[in-house]
Design a protein around this ligand. Structure first.
Ligand code: ATP
Ligand code: LTN
Length: 334
């Protein structure tokens, strides 16, 4: 890198509509910490085809996601925001790393087990080796930190194991990455079943707040959120529904759970849910306005896509050539 900053990489899949979980667990943290690092934020469209996609729809969602990165506050002049499929090094490194990953390791991945159960009619090899592509994403940029939600920890551990294995054979080729888990919003749960994470692929639309939901919809979904019969706003594992709403409220307002408990002392769940909904509207409305402005500016977004894919390609190729040489591929003749 040209400066002394450490390197950060993260990515999101262009499948489904982004939820408040994706925003509070990932995107918001990306913005908060971006200034401290040299950053690469990828729209990981190659990961998306591990489950069947409609091509036109995937293209549209990928562009929406890239635009949302910017709307959320990432300046594309400072942050390398790009499509994974525009940098062929991801696939090339993934192939090499496949040869340094064991079937047994991949068999243990819980996301694979979940997705295989969900898509029983299409358990393809890509779904199985998905974590290796993720390792390639990260290692390609000599990444130091990877901000993700807790659900991705297992993949990150695997990435570290693969990198260490490779380095122990060929010397210090890869930087060993660390996970960065945000303090608040690390795991936002479903509004309809607080034992499940809020997920963009949930079939029940009332379970998730989507980033593009209008204010009325947001308030209505919070009013319907599953709670309990304790009638007391307390931050406790015994009240998972209330705890989740407190997590959301604190992530949106910057308050601590203790401050929030105090604020709602003696108040009913109705008032509390309304306040949570309003705090979410307060965060999402400005983001939505910026998103709509950006979509009107096609040339600007096209320019971001072009410039940043060139930048990502430059850094990716540097690592890739080093790795190719180490494993014994013949040198390129210029
Ligand atoms: P899917 O439902 O398709 O599995 P997802 O909603 O889990 O998708 P991903 O694309 O897998 O979303 O995740 C993008 C990022 O958002 C990851 O860093 C992930 O850790 C984070 N994330 C996803 N869901 C949540 C959640 N409920 N709470 C906090 N962070 C989350
Ligand atoms: N597997 C992640 C998305 C993802 C990612 C990455 C995250 C793909 N490559 C590299 C961080 C770094 C997910 O399903 N959320």
């Amino acid at each position: 890198m040209l400066n002394d900053k450490k390197i950060l990489f993260s990515g999101m899949q262009a499948t489904g509509n982004l939820t408040l979980g994706n925003y509070l667990g990932a995107l918001k943290n990306w913005v908060t910490i971006s200034d401290e690092y040299e950053t690469f934020y990828s729209v990981v469209d190659m990961h998306s085809i591990t489950v069947r996609q409609d091509p036109a729809e995937l293209r549209k969602r990928a562009r929406t996601l890239l635009t949302l990165y910017i709307a959320a506050g990432l300046d594309p002049e400072k942050n390398c925001i790009y499509y994974q499929s525009h940098v062929s090094g991801h696939a090339e490194l993934a192939w090499i790393l496949n040869c340094f990953t064991y079937m047994g390791e991949l068999n243990r991945m819980t996301q694979f087990k979940d997705k295989a159960a969900k898509h029983a009619d299409n358990i393809n090899a890509g779904l199985f080796t998905y974590p290796v592509l993720m390792a390639a994403d990260i290692l390609l940029y000599q990444t130091d930190v990877v901000p993700v939600g807790v659900d991705q920890m297992q993949h990150l551990e695997l990435t570290r194991d693969i990198a260490q294995r490779f380095n122990s054979i060929y010397g210090d080729v890869f930087t060993i990455p660390e996970a960065y888990i945000g303090k608040v919003g690390a795991k936002i749960m479903s509004l309809q079943d607080p034992s499940k994470k809020m997920s963009k692929s949930d079939e029940n639309v009332n379970a998730s707040i989507y980033l593009m939901d209008d204010p009325d919809t947001i308030i209505r979904k919070f009013k319907r959120a599953v709670t309990d019969s304790e009638a007391c706003v307390r931050y406790s594992e015994e009240q998972p529904g209330i705890k989740n709403l407190l997590d959301i409220y604190c992530a949106c307002t910057g308050k601590t759970p203790a401050e929030a408990e105090k604020e709602f002392e003696g108040k009913g769940y109705g008032d509390f849910k309304l306040a949570v909904g309003e705090s979410v509207v307060g965060v999402l409305k400005p983001l939505q306005d910026r998103f709509h402005d950006l979509t009107k500016n096609k040339d600007y977004i096209d320019g971001v896509i072009k410039n940043n894919s060139e930048k990502a390609n430059y850094f990716a190729t540097k690592t890739l050539r080093k790795v190719q040489k180490k494993v014994g591929f013949p040198e390129r003749i210029r």
